[in-house]
Design a protein around this ligand. Structure first.
Ligand SMILES: Nc1nc2c(c(=O)[nH]1)N[C@H]1C(S)=C(S)[C@@H](COP(=O)(O)O)O[C@H]1N2
Ligand SMILES: [Mo]
Length: 511
């Protein structure tokens, strides 16, 4: 009876897996031509990132470091393989259940590309063609494996091993070649060459030299300027946008007297300014690592906004990155001459590292990165709060988010020798300035720490002091007071919606 003709377990598995491989390979190939992030695999992974809480993105970036995106890709691959196996197993008799699963997965890929704002409609071709290919491969392999009815001794058997091997290897190899071609075509525009061609950036007006006592690195604090390779990185980009200077431009539009578009060369040949600014992420927990300091080089953002002429009534500077990420900043902060918002082209004399926003990003002292620091920025729309909602606002974070006054203990570690112990760390109150840092052991009196030289109110300051600890377990706490007179309170607040509060405390064991 026909109904008894079924695929074996391995045949069903192979049908599912080969269809998946073919779809991903062809999808990647088409994406190479219509937009790299349209590759179904990349698009779905990006969709997962875009729907993860900011704290999870931040946690993954720091905990898994550069592995975070690899872990996500492996996780997604495992899920897809399970779906492929399921599609095969459910279709051992008729191909319909598998075809439905392929169709649903394909629709998910199409949806993931559809919601991307950095891709045009043509990009939908990548997941659409991938889906069609998967359906064809699935259906054809299914009938290829399904035992034919022969009225001889081979009745009810599927194709022989040699044929299976040839078919399997051809499909897999074809998919591999397709994917590789897509990869080469899609990433041939490497921004690294363009970055190298820019060369060193030199400011017309240089920032004051850094005094030797700007940090206490020898006592365990971070260096005043964070080397760019150690600079914390937070973003939602699965594939770091590769933007070459010749392909880049920045447009200022919306509630302005005249729309203006700047090309890289126009900006680069202006007199550049230099400012030390400490960047901090709203997802930084008390004592956390998502804070770094750099000497940024670029253009006063205010100059550019004034050239466009911001109209009265404008509230929000809505910035868009080439990858579609968006960010809203109060127009007031962007225009305030005392705040010093920048369009940064470089850090520490070099063009921006690609993962930190090459060719250009926004840097605004005193505001958390998600409301200020757009990397790979390509458009500034001057608008109102009601008109546009930035990426993280839709996800529960506050509209306005000034950096909160904070302090962190960096040394000592958990084991110390009883007696005099050096305690050191960092404190920040960007745009307000740190006035005082105090440390205490257990419930003892607060002791004022020595502060590093103040180079700018917009950067962190290091501190150190010496405390006495008896043998046993103790808790050391730190609190900062800023130049507005505000002292950090012990009250703990989580990072959502606008930044964590509370004293950083470390437990030490003295022997
Ligand atoms: N294009 C883009 N820019 C972005 C982000 C992003 O996800 N995409 N993340 C922002 C956040 S949340 C922070 S904290 C800073 C981090 O900048 P960094 O990675 O250079 O340290 O970049 C901001 N700019
Ligand atoms: Mo952030």
């Amino acid at each position: 009876m026909d109904d008894e003709r079924r695929l074996t377990f391995p045949q069903a598995a192979l049908t599912g897996l080969l269809s998946l491989v073919a779809a991903l390979g062809v999808g990647h190939l088409v994406a190479g031509f219509v937009g790299y992030t349209a590759s179904p695999f990349v698009a779905v992974a990006n969709f997962v990132i875009d729907h993860s809480p900011h704290a999870v993105v931040a946690w993954a970036e720091q905990t898994l470091e550069t592995w975070d995106k690899l872990v996500l890709k492996i996780g997604l691959a495992v899920v897809l393989v399970l779906f492929a196996l399921l599609a095969g197993q459910l279709s051992r008799r008729t191909p319909l259940p598998g075809q439905v699963i392929v169709g649903v997965l394909g629709a998910a890929g199409v949806a993931a590309v559809f919601v991307r704002t950095d891709l045009g409609q043509i990009a939908l071709l990548a997941p659409a063609i991938a889906t069609v290919v998967a359906l064809i491969v699935f259906t054809r392999l299914h009938s290829f494996f399904r035992p034919k009815v022969f009225f001889d001794e081979r009745e009810g058997e599927g194709p022989d091993r040699r044929k299976v091997l040839i078919t399997g290897v051809s499909v897999a190899a074809g998919a591999g070649v397709a994917a590789l071609t897509g990869q080469i075509v899609g990433t041939r525009k490497n921004a690294e060459e363009s970055r190298a061609a820019v060369g060193r950036l030199v400011a017309a007006r240089t920032a004051p030299p850094i005094p030797p006592d700007a940090d206490f690195a020898k006592l365990g604090t971070p260096p005043y300027l964070t080397p760019s390779k150690d600079f914390y990185r937070i973003d939602t980009a699965l594939v770091v946008p590769q933007v070459r200077t010749e392909d880049w431009s920045l447009q200022i539009r919306g509630m302005v007297d005249r729309e203006v578009t700047y090309r890289y060369e126009d900006l680069r040949s202006r007199p550049l300014i230099e400012r030390d600014v400490t960047l901090c992420c709203v997802s930084n927990e008390v004592g956390g690592p998502y804070i770094s300091n750099a000497r940024w080089i670029g253009i006063d953002l205010r100059d550019l906004l004034n050239e466009a002429g911001v109209k009265p009534g404008a509230e929000q500077m809505f910035a868009t990155s080439v990858d579609g990420w968006t960010c809203g900043t109060p127009v007031e902060a962007a225009l305030d001459p005392r705040r010093g918002a920048m369009l940064a082209l470089g850090m520490d004399g070099e063009p921006l590292p690609i993962e930190h926003g090459f060719p250009a990003r926004i840097v605004i002292p005193g505001l958390y990165g998600y409301v200020s620091a757009t990397k790979w920025v390509t458009e500034l729309e001057i608008t109102t709060w009601a008109e546009r909602k930035a990426y993280w606002l839709d996800r529960g974070w506050a509209r306005e988010a000034p950096v909160k006054t904070q302090s962190r203990i960096d040394a000592p570690g958990s084991a110390v020798n009883a007696g005099k112990v050096v305690v050191s760390g960092t404190a920040w109150a960007q745009h307000t300035g740190v006035a005082k840092v105090e440390v205490r052991v257990d419930q003892g009196p607060w002791k004022e720490a020595v502060l590093s030289a103040e180079t700018s109110k917009d950067t962190w300051r290091m501190w150190w002091t010496e405390v006495d600890v008896a043998a046993g377990q103790h808790e050391i706490a730190v609190r900062a007071t800023d130049q507005s007179g505000y002292t950090q309170t012990e009250e703990i607040a989580g990072t959502v919606p606008d930044g964590a509060t509370g004293w950083h405390k470390v437990t030490v064991n003295a022997r």
